[in-house]
Design a protein around this ligand. Sequence first.
Ligand code: FPP
Length: 248
Amino acid sequence: MKTVSERLDKNNIPKHIAIIMDGNGRWAAKHGKPRIMGHENGVESVRSVVEGAGEIGVKHLTLYAFSTENWDRPKKEVDALMGLLVHAIEAETDELNKNNVRLSVIGNVAIMPEEVRHKLNGCIDALKNNSGLNLVLALSYSGQWDIVNAVKHLVADVQQNKITQETINNELFQNYLSTAKMPAPELLIRTSGEYRISNFLLWQIAYSELHFTNKLWPDFRKQDLFEAIIDYQNRERRFGKTSEQLTS
Ligand code: FPP
């Protein structure tokens, strides 16, 4: 029997994969541990999928690490998540560098604690010349924030006569989104058996294939990423066209 990596079509790897990493709290509850232990174990999953994505040539991997709505969690959990983030960034920079990974961040980072921003910027800077996987952390991010932020900058450019209202179309608009330099994700994965988008990349996932798995995020590994990609490779992406149009 072929292994999961042998079943992968290496000529049809998505350029951009986005993941909603869900189920850390339930994983912790299942193991009789405090919620933060779920997040801590989730870091091991991040490590594994980053490694897997790099190995097979994914160009961009966007991870929903902290949403705009997550600020409303108990202060203790928010503080613990910020601490975990700082710790993970520090601990992983060398390994990411060895694997030729670049780091970027999307979201309202300006409202993150100073220490987190400082560490993030240091890591982004240390990895900026790498040419492999672009690891994108969505932090203090929501799809609605992204769209409103884009509108603000677009309106400013109209007011300053840099662009005219008539030139606004989908292509121009997406240049104002935080993902401007990336292709739209071909594949969006959500773990933990929930079937929601939870305010993630709302504009960008217009034609993404969606893959849901019951696995809780701390149990997710690169083999699960490869399975999700195989599922994607078996889909027919029609972009609103008919099946016949695609084959003719
Ligand atoms: C959702 O699970 C997960 C989060 C809100 C945080 C995800 C963060 C990590 C995996 C660590 C990030 C680290 C790096 C280096 C990117 P949940 O708490 O909503 O789980 P539940 O729905 O079971 O309660």
